[in-house]
Design a protein around this ligand. Structure first.
Ligand SMILES: NC(=O)c1ccc[n+]([C@@H]2O[C@H](COP(=O)([O-])OP(=O)(O)OC[C@H]3O[C@@H](n4cnc5c(N)ncnc54)[C@H](OP(=O)(O)O)[C@@H]3O)[C@@H](O)[C@H]2O)c1
Length: 389
């Protein structure tokens, strides 16, 4: 019998994994390590996340199937709860995904993951420790087609501390835990759900919609983004977790060269979904040199009157910086395992747009990642337009 310890069940991908696993007929036991005051509160926190994938009644029914261990994964090595000892698999999704959280992000993602790995050493029957990283550990100077094995690389130039913390985690896991059956999965950019559209989350979807509304791109329309939907990522994680034998211990969860999306295709998908705006004319701009132009346009389209809008401008710039990299992550390893390729963004974007609310409201799903902190490089953008004029 499989007994799976899941961290991050209250997050986007963790919720998708749990929903797909519990709705299927697998008889594995899921043990969720959740930050909560008690088991009941933890169960309700997970149910709230599951309810973004199904109706509230079904979410309550599904959540009764899981075990809740209240706790913080960063202190897992101190947690002697015997329910953890019998786990046969670990799926470690929990992370601090803030982009400018500074030292806190490193402590959580790096030090915390090592604490969880120490706890896993006491799981006598452990068969797999699936650690979820990010393909973006390649940094800003990577070649346009990124191979798994080239990273982590000491020379990588990270745009944000979050990716640096994830790269350091992989290095330390490999160096300090050669005895653990660690497999690393690195998703690329996770946007929407292929059948539920924007219902589970609008994370990053709002960026595409903001770009469409701004009609500004920091790159050529021929450049590509490597985007995959949440439900496909969940399927891949379940596959990598359960497959008895894997050829490698490191996989990109990405669209690869065949499934990547050209910006021109994103624009065409918007034109089809919203033909009333006609053919879109996009302006290509330089993210560093033309900062005032982006700010001015953003103020015209969305306004800059409150802190949330200013955070949204910071977030737009930050995501644009990643978009401008024109990166594709090789997925040959994943496909060679027999897994299905990801559906292209252009094929499921209409589903996401069909149940999307206002762009500024969708940004709420990412706002915590972009709160102004001392580590935030862009606080000048916090000055209201009127004050800086
Ligand atoms: N989404 C993407 O586009 C993407 C792309 C590449 C890689 N990834 C990786 O995929 C993983 C999941 O991402 P996501 O988008 O699902 O993240 P998310 O929605 O931000 O969820 C993060 C999860 O981590 C939990 N967590 C954070 N600190 C914790 C702690 N100290 N103890 C226990 N739980 C803690 C959160 O719990 P609370 O609810 O208690 O805060 C939440 O369940 C992350 O490792 C991320 O780096 C994501």
């Amino acid at each position: 019998m499989k007994r799976i310890l899941l961290t991050g069940a209250t997050g986007l991908i963790g919720g998708a994994v749990l929903h797909q696993a519990l709705a299927g007929d697998d008889d594995a036991t899921w043990v969720c390590l959740v930050r909560c005051a008690n088991v009941d509160q933890g169960r309700q926190r997970v149910a709230a996340r599951l309810a973004r994938f199904t109706d509230p009644f079904t979410a309550q029914r599904l959540v009764r199937k899981i075990e809740i261990v209240p706790g913080d994964f960063t202190r897992a090595d101190l947690d002697r709860d015997p329910r953890l000892d019998a786990c046969t698999h670990v799926l470690h999704l929990a992370a601090d995904t803030s982009w400018w959280g500074g030292e806190r992000v490193f402590r959580t993602n790096h030090d915390g993951t090592l604490a969880l790995a120490r706890r896993a050493q006491a799981m006598a029957g452990l068969q797999r420790f699936l650690h979820v990283g990010t393909a973006m550990i390649c940094g800003a100077d990577a070649p346009r087609l990124v191979d798994e094995t080239a990273y982590p690389a000491a020379a990588a130039r990270h745009i944000v501390g979050y990716t640096e913390s994830k790269a350091a985690t992989e290095v330390s896991l490999a160096a300090q835990f050669p005895d653990l059956p660690i497999v690393v999965a690195r998703p690329s950019i996770v946007v929407g759900h292929a059948t539920l559209g924007a219902a589970p989350s609008s994370s990053i979807l709002w960026v595409l919609r903001a770009a469409d509304a701004l009609r500004m791109l920091p790159c050529s329309p021929e450049s590509c983004v490597d985007i995959v939907p949440t439900d496909w990522v969940a399927d891949m994680l379940l596959g990598l977790l359960m497959k008895p034998e894997l050829k490698h211990d490191l996989y990109h969860l990405s669209s690869g060269t065949t499934g990547r999306t050209r910006w021109a295709d994103v624009i065409a998908a918007f034109e089809t979904a919203d033909p009333s705006d006609g053919v879109r004319a996009f302006r290509q701009f330089d993210l560093d040199r033309d900062r005032p132009a982006l700010r001015k346009r953003f103020a015209e389209v969305f306004g800059l009157g409150d802190a949330a809008k200013r955070a949204m401008l910071r977030a737009t710039r930050a995501y644009y910086a990643f978009c401008a990299l024109d990166l594709t992550f090789a997925n040959d390893r994943l496909l060679a395992e027999g897994f299905e390729p990801a559906p292209s963004l252009a094929s499921y974007l209409p589903v996401c747009l069909a149940n999307s609310g206002a762009i500024t409201e969708q940004f709420a799903d990412d706002i915590e990642m972009f709160a102004a902190t001392p580590a935030c490089p862009d606080t000048s953008a916090d000055v209201p337009l009127a004050a800086s004029a």
